[in-house]
Design a protein around this ligand. Structure first.
Ligand code: ZN
Length: 297
């Protein structure tokens, strides 16, 4: 029995941010509530970005105000800059994820600064961090960049080494455009686990090329127990052309539960959330389990 296996539901943030149908606060609250009912206890609910750039992420403060009336899970928010950081702190979310993009070109387009500048910038922000709030550093485009192409393992190690000074509570590698295969996972996750021997490693996988589930399994065999995922495999990135959804929560649960590991998340309930989500967005969702027939595990 595996302990500490965690699926971090990124549906309300990564899952929805590229959706043309804008969710109301009420719909987001319903989504988050349904997620918690499946057994999920960590949810990325917001992104503290300019709503003009990502309209789906407008009013994270209002959402968190509602969520914190009766706290039922650990809520995280994505932060790209100082303004976002202070908004996240004011909104009292439990966790903050800072994004450091592995390639300079993507970093310049996404955050307006190079990777090295971004690390320095975040270290200055974290110097004033309040106690209590957990910080995850996510290295985005760690497996490939839509503009520069390959990202070498040595580049990821170099960035991860610099991030050690930021003392994150968790370090994450993100396959933002879904290009990784298991070989890449081995080459990039293994050194990260050695480097961060006392810090949990988390993985953020997109399924653009249908490799996310095999990548998750490879990472799991290396010792990773924290995976970002979304219901129905919904998702995309407004700043990464052609990026498609995250690995689906229900597909991950099926893989691990049928292999004999306890994910702590209910498969049938997760499929029902994905079905509900499909109705809300009014288009098909890519998860395998949504299309598959009944088969009890
Ligand atoms: Zn993503």
């Amino acid at each position: 029995m595996v302990t500490e296996f965690e699926i971090i539901d990124v549906t309300p943030r990564d899952g929805l941010q590229n959706e043309p149908v804008i969710f109301s606060i009420k719909q987001k609250l319903q989504l988050i509530s349904r997620s918690i009912e499946t057994g999920i206890s960590r949810i990325e609910v917001a992104s503290f970005v300019n709503p003009k750039k990502v309209p789906q992420m407008a009013n994270p403060e209002e959402l968190l105000d509602e969520l914190l009336i009766k706290k039922r899970a650990s809520y995280s928010g994505l932060v790209l800059n100082e303004r976002g950081f202070s908004r996240a702190l004011d909104s009292e979310c439990d966790e903050i994820t800072f994004v450091i993009v592995a390639s300079d070109e993507f970093s310049l387009r996404n955050q307006g600064m190079t990777t090295a500048q971004s690390i320095k910038y975040i270290s200055e922000l974290l110097a004033n961090k309040e106690k209590g709030i957990k910080v995850c550093i996510s290295i985005a485009a760690a497996f490939g960049c839509p503009f520069e192409g390959e990202v070498k393992p040595s580049r990821v190690v170099e960035i991860a080494e610099k991030c050690l000074d930021l003392c994150p509570d968790e370090i994450s590698l993100a396959d933002t455009i879904g290009v990784a295969v298991p070989k890449d996972i081995k080459e990039k996750v293994e050194p990260l686990i050695s480097l961060y021997s006392d810090t949990p490693v988390r993985l953020h996988l997109h399924n653009t090329r249908n490799t996310a589930i095999s990548n998750a399994w490879t990472a799991f065999e290396l010792g990773v127990k924290r995976f970002d995922a979304s219901f129905g495999g919904i998702g995309g990135c407004p700043f990464a052309p052609n990026a498609t959804g995250n690995v689906a929560i229900e597909d991950l649960i099926y893989l691990f539960e049928r292999s004999g590991f306890n994910t702590g998340v209910d498969l049938d309930a997760s499929i029902k959330v994905a079905e509900w989500l499909r109705e809300q967005v009014k288009h098909p969702l890519p998860s395998a389990l949504l299309a598959a027939g009944d088969f009890k595990i």
